[in-house]
Design a binder for this molecule. Structure first.
Ligand code: PEP
Ligand code: MG
Length: 906
């Protein structure tokens, strides 16, 4: 028969750290701590397999199967502790806790002080010499057991806990405020009333037999794996149903047995900054929950920590010593033991540990250890310092940092204290990370004006359009009511590294009244609001922010990434400024320069409009002649910023109607400019209307119907490259054709490009190397990639459009239903953020393979938003891409994810 119970205690254990799957994280670590000589209260772990059995075959069969092993487990604890379960003289009390493979904080159940009854409480009182403590433990037990095991816990926020109600009644009748003021007699009365409440609710007496209590608690923990909260948590965190939870039964130790007892939590390094400093908090004569409950001020463990804390609190050294001394001062010997244990645990687990301890009557016990949670900054610092200290090697250091957490190091952040006091008023999508605080402004041009006079502003729009870019740039952050993660606001903000919350559906904006309404609350232009682009939360008022610190450790980590990565990282950038930012972050070129973004700047929009509104080719060419020098200059700036690195420039992509004036005044202005009537302009604008512009006259369809646009852009690119070459700048242009679905669409563009380039080479009498490639963003292009590769010298997967067209979800409209789909569990994540590897991924993989079947050295990359998302980057590595391209501020994240992908697939 397979073993169901693994015992530990007194320096021995049947399990070990590597048994996490079988014993859960907590159980495996309790076993391991015994093996390495850390003092742990004895106990045993019932395996996760039993949980699975329990939920498959029911409780009766399962209990029968494990009964003898559990009884042996209790006897094992009794013999180590020299105490007896349910004894009137010296009762053994135990805790019963859940513990899955991965921590699922607060999702499942725990029972403490189990084994107490009317006999055992007498023994506990005598042994502890503290009657009040014994009865307090007893009433806490009945309450916890009633809530957890007997199902008396309130189900909704509006229901009251029957036990809390009884406590409140008693406190009122005794005229006291706090639980601590209740006398022993009061606590005895509480136990009596609690038991009566149990009888009333369950029609049964409170179980007095410790064995019955134990089985009740074990069954409750197993059942809690199937509770609603746990199921939802598993779904969100992708934890498989069949993992199950273990049950840990362990001898209770008490930190509230008098002044020689204490309890606390400790970290082997600073979880906020990563500093290699042992730290933590404790309280004398207290239980674990008192440390976190905030009723008493917890004290620092180390003297140094205590002195730093006092300084921050403005507390004098004399006051600190008398009121808040450190554990190091109060119990120097125990402190020394604890300090030795933390060093031992950290070097054993080779990671920062978060531990819980209790000191019972002068004796130290460690109740739990686990890898500590930490900020992004701490993550980097700890990994790099542990590498320097020889605790971990380079590969492990790279794998230790979660790529997504690097974000926190790159953008301004809210002061944590200030954030704790703020209440969110709305929630949107975390479109671009960072923290922003500023005054509400509704119009982009006004945002520029306000910013010019030194105001900090948040641009609040229903949605943004390319005309808003300068205003967005001038703002601290952007909030939109509509639009998803690939909306204009989101993409542009990420590119700028600017905080953005998009698609906050509950806000309603009235441009005319210059107000913003959330529920019934109205906010006016000039009111302060704050945005958290990492969570999507919107706050009213001002929240203090601080600049990020890019420490030396960050640079060292990036160097390590370069050492182990196979793919390299490019950036999506359309301006020299963004290019420089990305280069500083380690981008090895531009993977996508969206040329349409350049059409909007300054006065050039007029020339663009003139081109679109022209009646014939001659009219278009006239307007294009005006645009040529401007585009050429733009490209020169970008080539210069990317000296020595490849630059992929995409030909014009969006539908023409996006560029034309829709308001009457602008139409009039355009009419004057062109010397035609306003009616003519309006008629032309109307004729450009499309029912479904995303599937309309855009991408290569523009270049194939108006070849002169492609000619102009090609000329601008190649002339810029030649001009740069003359200045000694090393340029590597790659011309990219968007939105092709057939080889012929690409071929027509390619011939046009090459003919134009040859003309320029002939005119100038000089040459430069260049490539012509295409985006793969239409499913048909992926399916026929072998044909497409006959023409294309490189592929870049445009997974924004590819996702749109594979799912059939409009990028512009998906915001209406995607959040609901995710809430209902139809989709686990937004496929516009995280590449759908199962569906869209097939097209990416197939496209890559088919492309390379024709052209074995085909360069393949990705430039959709997924190029900066860690799980998608890892997928790109697996399908054999050469590079990923993402917005500048995500370059470090992608570099780390790419290096991890290489190491994970070694
Ligand atoms: C894409 O479709 O993935 C892409 C990068 O192009 P855009 O987002 O400009 O359509
Ligand atoms: Mg696209």
């Amino acid at each position: 028969m397979t073993k169901s119970v693994y015992a530990f205690g007194a320096g021995k254990a049947e399990g070990r750290a590597s048994d996490k799957n079988l014993l859960g994280g907590k159980g495996a670590n309790l076993a391991e701590m015994n093996r390495i000589g850390v003092p742990v209260p004895p106990g045993f772990t019932i395996t996760t397999d039993v949980c699975t059995l329990y939920n498959q075959q029911g409780e009766e069969k399962t209990v029968a199967q494990i009964r003898a092993e559990v009884e042996d487990g209790i006897h094992h604890v009794e013999s180590i502790m020299g105490m007896k379960f349910g004894d009137r003289e010296d009762p053994l009390l135990v805790s019963v806790r859940s513990g899955a493979r991965v921590s699922m904080p607060g999702m499942m159940d725990t029972v403490l002080n189990l084994g107490l009854n009317d006999d055992a409480v007498v023994g506990l009182a005598r042994k502890s010499n503290n009657e009040r403590f014994a009865w307090d433990s007893y009433r806490r037990f009945v309450q916890m057991y009633g809530d957890v095991v007997l199902g008396m816990k309130p189900e909704s926020k509006d229901d009251v806990d029957p036990f809390e109600e009884i406590i409140d009644e008693l406190k009122e009748s005794q005229g006291v405020q706090n639980d601590t003021e209740l006398t022993t007699a009061d606590l005895q009365e509480l136990v009596k009333r609690f038991k009566a409440a149990v009888k009333k609710a369950t029609d049964q007496d409170f179980p007095t037999d410790p064995w019955e209590q134990l089985w009740g608690a074990i069954k409750a923990v197993f059942s809690s794996w199937e509770n609603e909260r746990a199921i939802v948590y598993r779904r969100i965190n992708k934890i498989p149903e069949d993992w199950g939870t273990a049950v840990n039964v362990q001898a209770m130790v008490f930190g509230n047995m008098g002044d020689n007892s204490a309890t606390g939590v400790a970290f082997t390094r600073d979880a906020a900054t990563g500093e290699d400093l042992f730290n933590g908090e404790y309280l004398v004569n207290a239980q674990g929950e008192d440390v976190v409950a905030g009723i008493r001020t917890p004290q620092q463990i180390t003297l140094e920590g205590s002195q730093r804390w006092a300084k921050l609190q403005d507390i004098s050294e004399a006051e600190r010593q008398s009121k808040y001394p450190s554990l190091e001062e109060v119990m120097p010997e125990i402190y020394q033991q604890l300090s030795d244990v933390e060093t031992q645990l950290e070097s054993h687990y080779k990671d920062m540990q978060d531990l819980e301890f209790t000191i019972q009557d002068g004796r130290l016990w460690i109740l739990q250890t686990r890898n500590g949670k930490r900020t992004g900054a701490a993550m980097v610092r700890i990994a790099m310092e542990m590498l320097e200290q020889g605790i971990i090697d380079e590969k492990l250091a790279v794998l230790r940092v979660e790529p997504g957490r690097l974000d926190e190091l790159l953008h301004p952040v809210f002061d944590p204290q200030a954030l704790a006091n703020a209440t969110p008023i709305a929630k949107g999508l975390p479109a671009s990370p960072g923290a922003a605080t500023g005054r509400i402004v509704f119009f982009a041009d006004e945002a520029e004006e306000w910013a010019a006079r030194g105001e900090k502003v948040i641009l609040v729009r229903i949605e943004t359009s390319p005309e808003d870019v300068a205003g967005m740039d001038a703002s601290q952050g952007i909030l939109t009511a509509r639009g998803g993660m690939t909306s204009h606001a989101a993409v542009v903000a990420r590119g700028m590294g600017k905080c953005c919350v998009s698609g906050a559906g509950t806000i309603s904006i009235n441009y005319k009244a210059r107000t913003l309404k959330i529920d019934k609350q109205e906010y006016k232009e000039g009111d302060w609001i704050s945005l958290n682009g990492s969570t999507g939360n919107v706050y009213s008022g001002k929240i203090q922010t601080r600049e990020p610190e890019l420490s030396g450790n960050f640079g060292k980590l990036m160097d390590l990434c370069d050492k182990y990565t196979r793919m390299y990282v490019r950036t999506n950038a359309d301006t020299p400024r963004d290019s420089k930012v990305a280069r500083n972050f380690g981008a090895k070129g531009i993977g996508l320069c969206r040329t349409e973004h350049m059409f909007f700047e300054g006065d050039r929009i007029k020339a663009v409009r003139e081109m679109i509104l022209a009646d014939d080719e001659a009219g278009r060419r006239k307007a294009l002649d005006k645009l040529l020098p401007i585009q050429r200059e733009d490209f020169e700036g970008i080539f210069e910023a990317m000296d020595g690195l490849p630059v992929t420039i995409r030909l014009l992509d969006p539908p023409l109607h996006e560029f034309v004036p829709h308001e009457e005044a602008n139409q009039k202005e355009m009419a004057d400019e062109m010397g035609i009537s306003a009616e003519e302009v309006k008629a032309k604008v109307d004729s450009l209307h499309e029912f479904n512009p995303m599937l309309g006259h855009r991408g290569c369809r523009l270049g194939n119907t108006y070849p002169e646009i492609t000619e102009m852009q090609t000329r601008a690119i190649i002339e810029a490259a030649l001009n740069c070459m003359a200045k000694g700048i090393d340029t590597q242009p790659e011309i990219m054709v968007p939105l092709i679905g057939t080889k012929e669409e690409l071929q027509m563009q390619e011939r046009l490009i090459r003919r134009t380039v040859d003309e320029i080479f002939a005119e100038r009498g000089e040459k430069i190397d260049y490539l012509v490639g295409t985006m793969i963003e239409i499913p048909r292009a992926a399916l026929t990639a072998d044909e497409v590769a006959e023409v294309a010298e490189f592929f870049s997967f445009g997974t924004n459009d590819l996702t749109q067209m594979t799912f059939g979800y409009s990028r512009d409209d998906a915001g209406k239903f995607l959040p609901i789909y995710i809430e209902k569990g139809i989709l686990k994540v937004d496929p516009f953020q995280v590449l759908d590897q199962t569906g869209v991924g097939q097209l990416v993989e197939m496209g890559t393979q088919r492309g390379r079947s024709t052209r074995s050295d085909l360069k393949v990359g990705i430039c959709g938003e997924h190029g900066g998302e860690p799980s998608s980057v890892k997928f790109c590595h697996k399908v054999g891409m050469n590079y990923v391209s993402c917005s500048p501020f995500r370059v470090p994240i992608a570099r780390l994810a790419a290096a991890q992908a290489a190491l994970e697939n070694e």
